[in-house]
Design a protein around this ligand. Structure first.
Ligand SMILES: *Cc1c(COP(=O)(O)O)cnc(C)c1O
Length: 366
């Protein structure tokens, strides 16, 4: 399939140039050539994450660094903001790491109000707060700056899943004082799956050694030690790093600001399409969030009872485009379009044309 037909909200479409970069030669990973490759990637990642801190490169999917964020955070109870499937996963990971977890819940599609967070932070003494920036199961976007400031004021670390935020939506790691933020290679970075990238603040690092069971593979202190040598603690996925080097150079050429704008444009286009299609086909936006609280990378579309998510995915595939079904408890009642990575407005328009056609045919049949 040529580029421009694959609109899952992860993994996302990868350009041929990036796929081809993976065929570079193997390298000793304790050597100068590798360190040069790694240093190039560092430069690109710092730009994308807007940080002066080093960026950890993990050979895992994003959930690996979700676990690292929790395991290495200073000891103590954790407050989890839950407004969708991935936020639920973050809370589960915290529980599975033996943490005492308190959940602040919002309806799926909504975001947890800051006032509720403040009340909870006041009444408890939390070591950390988990939050999902762009909730990929619903398309809701939680604004981070005030949230991170609130956490800091109450002495809690902010642990941020920005897996479908980074490289598609503004994430100002340093300016917003995020304590741990992570993403995966296969979302808005438009790389193949298999790598995760994360940044820990000085504040986070200063207390990480107090966490008794950091394990080994996801020990942030290990990542920190090796990243300064332009190395990884264990054998890196060198082929994927070649792809990352090529893609990060392309992102720098596009400029991050232009990339954010392109994602805004793709999301706006999809929202307008939905407005126009709503009457005729009975579809609606899954998220109740206001503009500014909608993800620029993924749109979740709620279906009328007569049409199932699986059927929309199948009928759209028959027209040459891959889209996502609903996720978690929205599996059959919604579908999702990942307008992220290297997609263009024209590409999104082509995809939505096929989706509309698929919806019409299902509507006629039902
Ligand atoms: C995709 C995704 C994850 C999980 O990533 P994996 O790479 O599959 O581990 C976590 N959080 C969000 C918001 C995601 O979109």
């Amino acid at each position: 399939m040529t580029f421009g037909h694959f609109f899952l909200p992860g993994p996302t479409d990868v350009r041929a140039e990036v796929l081809a970069a993976q065929s570079g030669p193997m390298l000793p990973h304790r050597g100068a050539d590798f360190e040069t490759l790694f240093a190039n990637i560092q430069r690109g990642l710092k730009l994308v994450l807007r940080t002066a801190r080093p960026v950890y490169v993990s050979t895992s999917s994003a959930t690996g660094l979700m676990e690292a964020a929790v395991r290495c955070a200073k000891p103590g109870p954790i407050l989890s903001l839950v407004n969708g499937a991935f936020a639920e996963r973050f809370a589960d990971v915290a529980r599975s790491c033996g943490r005492d977890v308190t959940v602040l819940e919002a309806k799926w599609g909504d975001i947890v109000p800051l006032e509720q967070l403040e009340t909870a932070l006041r009444s408890g003494s939390f070591a950390a707060v988990t939050v999902v920036h762009s909730e990929t199961s619903t398309g809701a976007l939680t604004p981070l700056p005030e949230l991170a400031a609130l956490c800091a004021r109450h002495g809690a670390l902010s642990l941020v899943d920005s897996v479908t935020g980074v490289a598609g939506a503004p994430v100002e790691t340093d300016d917003w004082s995020l304590d741990f933020v992570f993403t995966g290679s296969q979302k808005a970075l438009a790389l193949p799956p298999g790598l995760a990238f994360g940044v820990a603040s000085e504040r986070y690092l200063a207390t990480a050694h107090e966490s008794p069971n950091r394990g080994r593979y996801f020990d942030v202190l290990e990542f920190e030690q090796y990243v300064h040598k332009n190395q990884t603690p264990n054998t890196p996925a060198t082929s994927l790093l070649y792809a990352a080097e090529t893609q990060l150079e392309a992102i720098a050429r596009e400029t991050l600001e232009a990339r954010w704008q392109r994602h805004d444009d793709m999301a706006d286009y999809t929202n307008r399409w939905l407005e126009e299609t709503r009457e005729a086909l009975g579809v609606a936006l899954c998220t109740q969030a206001r503009p500014g609280e909608r993800s620029p990378t993924v749109t979740c579309v709620a279906l009328p009872p007569s049409i199932r998510g699986e059927d929309v995915v199948r009928e759209t595939a028959a027209r040459g485009f891959v889209i996502g079904g609903g996720y978690g408890k929205l599996k059959s009642t919604a579908f999702r379009i990942g307008h992220m990575g290297d997609h263009t407005l024209a590409g999104v328009a082509n995809c939505l044309h096929a989706v509309r056609d698929a919806l019409s045919s299902l509507r006629t049949r039902s």
